[in-house]
Design a protein around this ligand. Structure first.
Ligand SMILES: O=C(O)C(=O)C[C@]1(C(=O)O)C=C[C@@H](O)C=C1
Length: 362
């Protein structure tokens, strides 16, 4: 069953910035009504978001109330006039969400990572006039993200937008996902008409960073924000750490819309990104050292020399070349890598000495 409707919700609201806010998950009619009233009072929110099917990482986590929650959303819209948005991950979700008159749909990062699922959703949306937002896939794969958007466009969905929610990295602390703003900005550059929102709740995974990430997104030219708001985040059934209260939301929106970014705001956000990158660098260095130690064991078994000038020259040439393409000075890369090499040799020698000592004792 398809609903080819002509409600007001079928055209995306074009407020700048477009703000979508609401709980991670629809938990009860009371929760939704309370948030909807607060968002209405705020006056800047175009859609209330609420997940009813939650793709969870581990089994036995709360997976949403499904269609029952769609009924709550529909009733809350009737009562408050607040249009609602929800996530769809398959064909059945699309039919159900449309049956209850969802005003906007979004496709989550995990689903966007799977072209079969996106195609299924695109086919289900054929001939339906409802705006659809496509979150970025888990990995920073711009082609996959654009591919999902194009699948929807080819199916005739003419109101398509995108949501940047950061990318899964081994280590992106202090953020939950690493922003890699440049990927979303490239998407925007390739598709100037596309509405691209940012989702500071999923990027940060932590309510403390919502304001700085929101400021950064708007100053980079994003068209809007998707923010998770819960009446009582501490008892939220999903994503408790990243949801903010309606009061916090009001104060953040008020502040970011009425006060220009100060130098301190900009510094705070940029320093948080540096912290995240430093964590990644240290993680990479530690892994590199662990591999060098493994190589040392092979060398000791085969009697190979610890220092390998030819291999090292190759390593240096590769990183200098890569660094050059990415705007890094040759001298800087040389110094940095020579220091890494010294540490690697030192660790390998320490291991060889340890082995010699053991042999002497033995
Ligand atoms: O490739 C090796 O043989 C290593 O031991 C690794 C490594 C490195 O750290 O990259 C360390 C010492 C060698 O001189 C060359 C490279």
């Amino acid at each position: 069953m398809k609903c080819n409707d002509s409600r007001e919700g079928s055209k995306i609201r074009r407020q700048q910035p477009l703000i979508i806010a609401g709980p991670c998950s629809a938990e009860s009619p009371q929760q939704l009504l309370s948030v909807a009233n607060e968002l209405k009072r705020n006056g800047k929110v175009s859609y209330m978001r609420a997940g009813v099917w939650k793709p969870r990482t581990t089994p036995n986590s709360f997976e949403g109330y499904g269609s029952e929650a769609l009924e709550w959303l529909k009733e809350v819209r009737q009562e408050t006039g607040m249009p609602f948005a929800t996530e769809v991950a398959n064909e059945k979700h699309v039919y159900e969400a449309l049956k209850f008159g969802a005003d906007l749909l979004w496709i989550g990062a995990r689903t966007v990572s799977n072209p079969f699922a996106v195609q299924e959703i695109a086919v289900a949306l054929r001939g339906v006039h409802v705006p659809v937002l496509v979150k970025n896939p888990l990995s920073p794969d711009l082609k996959l993200w654009e591919g999902a958007i194009n699948r929807l466009r080819l199916a005739g969905v003419n109101e398509v937008g995108a949501v940047h929610r950061g990318f899964t990295m081994m280590n992106s602390s202090p953020f939950r996902n690493f922003p890699m703003w440049e990927v979303a900005l490239q998407l925007k550059a390739n598709n100037p008409e596309l509405m691209v929102l940012s989702d500071p709740s999923h990027i940060s995974g932590n309510s403390a960073y919502i304001e700085i990430l929101s400021r950064r997104a708007l100053s980079l030219g994003f068209n809007g924000l998707m923010i998770e708001v819960h009446p009582n985040p501490q008892i939220a059934l999903s994503d408790a750490k990243q949801q903010i209260t309606p009061n916090q939301f009001n104060s953040i929106i008020n502040s970011i819309l009425n006060k220009d970014n100060t130098d301190e705001d900009i510094m705070a956000e940029l320093r948080t990104e540096i912290d995240a990158l430093d964590e990644m660098l240290v993680w990479a260095l530690s892994n590199r050292m662990a591999i060098a130690t493994e190589i040392a064991k092979v060398k000791s078994q085969t009697g190979k020399a610890i220092i390998q000038p030819d291999r090292w020259n190759d390593v240096l040439a590769k990183v200098i070349g890569k660094g050059f393409k990415m705007g890094l000075r040759t001298e800087f890369i040389k110094n940095l890598y020579n220091s890494i090499h010294r540490e690697s040799l030192q660790a390998q020698e320490a291991l060889a000495n340890q082995k010699n000592e053991m042999m002497k004792i033995g």
